[in-house]
Design a protein around this ligand. Structure first.
Ligand code: BES
Ligand code: ZN
Length: 452
């Protein structure tokens, strides 16, 4: 391992320059205008993998390409499949960034850019670990397969059918994913559960055109008023979701799981302070970690209606729109919940507006056992990389493909997250801690060894 460690240490500066080049590509998968940029990011990953000596294919889909690469020079040894995504979330509100989102900048021991933590920086950790091992030793202790997609941030619509159709090609003894976070700085974590999600757009149409709110107000429904009323009725004072049937399939937390969460080094006061909120909030009867990791939620992600410019304008808007999501826990089903959601809205919606619910994406919740030998191997690798035994955590976010990978490949999924909870994924000033970046590379190099 010594030569590998030397190669990693010697390559630190160069690694940052390469990562910057990757982060400069604005691969926003949800923005049709960025289609070419998303392709450029795919090509960048493919090129890097080719440089490692991998057999690489850039697979076209109706959406963004899937990059697949493999290095099979260790016959008889285990195979590790690494999954990640090269697409990123939109950068807006762009004016809230300290430095431009696609001009990576290094400050205070971190690299700032959209995608630094989620997920280009973390994908790059795996690329650099493979590179260091290959440079130092000309071979790897395991076979590697890389599956790097460009549609994770829009729900992985084309990866699902790809995985289903290519089970043989993707066969592996374990799957490694770095797209989550550590529990805190200095506290490495293995994530064993993710929430699912279902995302919808709600449109209300009132009059054919915007109207003067004085002349017409009071005589026709105002879609903005109606939308607020509808959405407000979907959660209650107890912090519970008021959609009939919403909790029907929720698996209660076992007392042992509640105890394990409570034993983690997590301080609610520090958390509250870091977020800058006057008080924490959520479903009564549950702790903050339980609320984030093991309870379902309903969230309004965005609202749009009427006049939102400077000054005032008296207007009764013709339309109102909301983007909403529900985070799901075992054993809730996205399809069932979209139906329950739409049914609840239709029951509440007055006849004076017309309602459209459009489902955008959905993915199921995921939970895995911690006693698999590969999970223990990952724990040892994290301990070597970070000098501290990892804790087992869940996350509240979603990675749509994990349930499909679990079911189709039957392999254990190792979520080794190198981000930090306060690194602003999906928000302005997203960053990745550089110390975690280097330790991540070490950890993955150790993981190859621990898996054999
Ligand atoms: N990296 C995140 C998922 C994540 C974030 C897991 C933090 C755990 C902690 C991923 O890129 C992501 O943002 N996923 C989306 C999925 C959705 C768009 C289908 C999410 O969770 O909102
Ligand atoms: Zn993300």
């Amino acid at each position: 391992m010594e030569p590998v460690l030397r190669a990693i240490a010697a390559g630190r500066e160069a690694a940052l320059e390469e990562l910057k080049a990757f982060l400069r590509i604005p691969s926003v998968s949800g923005d049709p205008a960025r289609r070419g940029e998303v392709r450029r990011a795919a090509a960048w990953v493919a090129e890097f993998l080719r440089g490692l000596g991998c057999r690489v294919e850039v697979l076209e889909t109706p959406g963004h390409p899937i990059v697949y690469g493999e290095w099979t020079g260790a016959p008889g040894r285990p195979t590790l499949l690494t999954y990640g995504h090269y697409d990123v979330q939109p950068e807006d509100p762009v004016e809230r960034w300290t430095s431009p989102p696609f001009e990576p900048a290094i400050r205070e021991g971190a690299i700032y850019a959209r995608g630094a933590a989620d997920d280009k920086g973390q994908v790059f950790i795996h690329l650099k670990a493979a590179e260091a091992c290959l440079r130092a030793e000309r071979r790897l202790p395991v076979n590697l397969k890389f599956l790097i997609e460009g549609e994770e941030e829009v729900g992985s619509p084309n990866l699902e059918p790809f995985v289903a159709a290519e089970v043989d090609r993707l066969k592996a003894d374990a799957v490694a994913i770095s797209d989550t976070a550590m529990l805190a700085k200095g506290v490495p974590a293995l994530c064993v559960g993710l929430r699912g999600i279902v995302y919808c757009q709600v449109d209300l149409q009132g009059p054919a055109t915007d109207l003067h709110s004085g002349i017409f107000g009071g005589s026709v429904a105002n879609p903005a008023n109606v939308l607020c009323r509808l959405l407000a009725r979907l959660t209650d004072e107890q912090g519970r979701v008021a959609i009939p049937g919403f909790y029907d399939d929720v698996r209660p937390l076992a007392p042992a799981e509640r105890d394990a969460f409570a034993a983690l080094p997590f301080d609610e006061a520090v958390y509250r302070e870091a977020l800058g909120v006057p008080a924490l909030d959520g479903e009564i009867g549950f702790t903050t970690l339980e609320r984030r990791w093991a309870r379902p939620t309903f969230e309004v992600n965005g609202l749009h209606a009427g006049f939102t410019g400077v000054g005032s304008k008296t207007v009764l808007p013709a339309r109102a729109m909301a983007k909403v999501s529900m985070r799901l826990v075992p054993d809730q089903d996205p399809d069932k919940l979209v139906e329950a959601f739409e049914a609840a809205l239709r029951r509440l919606c007055p006849p004076s507006v017309s309602l459209t619910v459009t489902r955008m994406h959905g993915s199921r919740p995921w939970l895995m056992p911690t006693d698999h030998p590969a999970v223990q191997a990952a724990a040892r690798a994290l301990e070597r990389g970070f000098g501290r035994r990892p804790v087992f955590i869940r996350e509240g976010g979603s990675i749509p493909i994990v349930t499909t990978l679990t079911e189709r490949l039957g392999a254990p999924i190792l979520l080794l997250g190198f981000g930090l909870p306060d690194e602003n994924a999906h928000a302005p000033d997203e960053r990745l801690d550089l110390d975690n970046f280097y330790r991540g590379i070490l950890t993955i190099a150790y993981l190859y060894r621990e898996l054999t």
